[in-house]
Design a binder for this molecule. Structure first.
Ligand code: SF4
Length: 365
């Protein structure tokens, strides 16, 4: 894993610049870290702040909480819901008083014995407060790691949780365990966000496999939740004299072994200007257009692309597809060698998918 040392280095550099200032940051008080983690399990940071300040204001340390009346604790928990968590906090505080002499246990195993403290919270307290090298893997970390390494292991199985926890542990800078954990969680929360992360400005842009594969929205993989994904397809009915071109879809994706026109796929809608900048578009028409100059955003093409159908919607079980169909005539077939060159009248001899079928029916009209 030495090769991946850059992950920790980059994450820590990013964190120093971008971290939010929060009252439970830059502290090593295990009690306050514990309270903040439990509150954040059920509410967002912005709302959680107010509850945290109020709770800590009334119960500033473990002794105060242990000595309080349960009704009082519940009152200060009001609005957060999940009252069992407040009861567990109270019970655990009393247990720390009784069994640990009022001193917060430091190690992960002892923390786990406290009521209401599970693996995640135990790891957070052990690392944030005591710098123990326990990986903290929350939804933000699952998402970031699964995208960075394009990991298809589902995150909602015990095997998947173990896998990601071990991976986070291997990436961790053990001398700065608490800082690393906070940084990687913050990175997932602010940069590698669930929907449409701004990958263009990401410090991992040149390393991230999901980004490189154009599959950011496919990660993290969940076993029990079917994925619904939008996909934008740009098809090209390319004429070269009396011939057109087809390709057979390979791999495990949709429409395996069915034929279709050469295409470009995207997770986000593309304008034509965006489309021509794509390397897969440029690979299709290299002999007919000049590549953009290194310092230019433009793609100079002499080809005329006629838009036949725009934004044609096609719904599959877990995907919603939007397809544009262009027609273009080329002189030079460089870039199309791997495609099947057929006469248009022969297309009926090839198995095609429903979307292609719909397109052909429409242009027949
Ligand atoms: S490039 Fe995008 S998907 Fe990859 S880590 Fe960065 S924000 Fe996340």
């Amino acid at each position: 894993m030495e090769n991946y040392r850059f992950v920790g280095e980059k994450i820590l550099t990013w964190y120093q610049i971008h971290k939010r200032t929060l009252p439970w940051r830059n502290i090593t008080n295990p009690y306050k870290i514990w309270i903040s983690e439990v509150i954040l399990q059920q509410t967002r940071v912005v709302q959680g702040l107010e509850y945290y300040e109020r709770f800590i204001g009334r119960f500033p340390d473990v002794h105060t909480l242990a000595a309080a009346d349960e009704q009082d604790v519940l009152k200060y928990w009001q609005g957060l819901g999940y009252y069992s968590r407040a009861r567990n906090l109270h019970a655990a505080a009393r247990s720390i008083e009784t069994h640990f002499g009022g001193k917060f246990p430091e190690d992960y195993e002892s923390l786990l014995k406290l009521k209401g403290i599970g693996e995640y919270t135990a790891a957070a307290i052990a690392s944030f407060a005591f710098n123990h090298p326990c990986p903290v893997v929350d939804g933000n970390v699952f998402r970031f790691l699964s995208r960075l390494f394009a990991i298809e292991e589902p995150i909602d199985t015990s095997k998947g949780k173990k896998f990601f926890t071990e991976l986070a542990g291997r990436l961790m800078d053990r001398r700065q365990a608490g800082l690393f954990n906070q940084a990687i969680m913050e990175f997932g929360a602010l940069q590698c966000v669930p929907v449409s992360p701004d990958c263009g400005i990401c410090t991992f842009a040149s390393h991230c496999l999901a980004k490189m594969q154009g599959k950011v929205s496919e990660f993290p993989v969940k076993l029990n939740k079917p994925k619904t994904k939008e996909l934008y397809l740009y098809y090209f009915l390319i004429h070269s004299g009396e011939f057109i071109f087809l390709k057979k879809r390979e791999g495990k994706g949709i429409w395996q072994n069915l034929y279709e026109f050469p295409s470009v796929e995207s997770e986000i809608p593309l304008s034509f200007e965006d489309l021509v900048k794509r390397t897969d578009f440029q690979a299709l028409f290299p002999g007919n257009a000049s590549h953009p100059a290194p310092d230019s955003e433009t793609f100079d093409t002499s080809l005329i692309f006629k838009l036949l159908i725009k934004n044609y919607k096609h719904v599959l079980t877990h995907r919603i597809l939007y397809a544009d169909f262009y027609e273009v005539s080329v002189e030079n077939t460089l870039g199309l060698e791997e495609y099947k060159k057929i006469r248009q009248s022969e297309i009926g001899e090839y198995p095609i998918h429903r979307l292609m079928q719909s397109f052909l029916e429409k242009i027949m009209e």
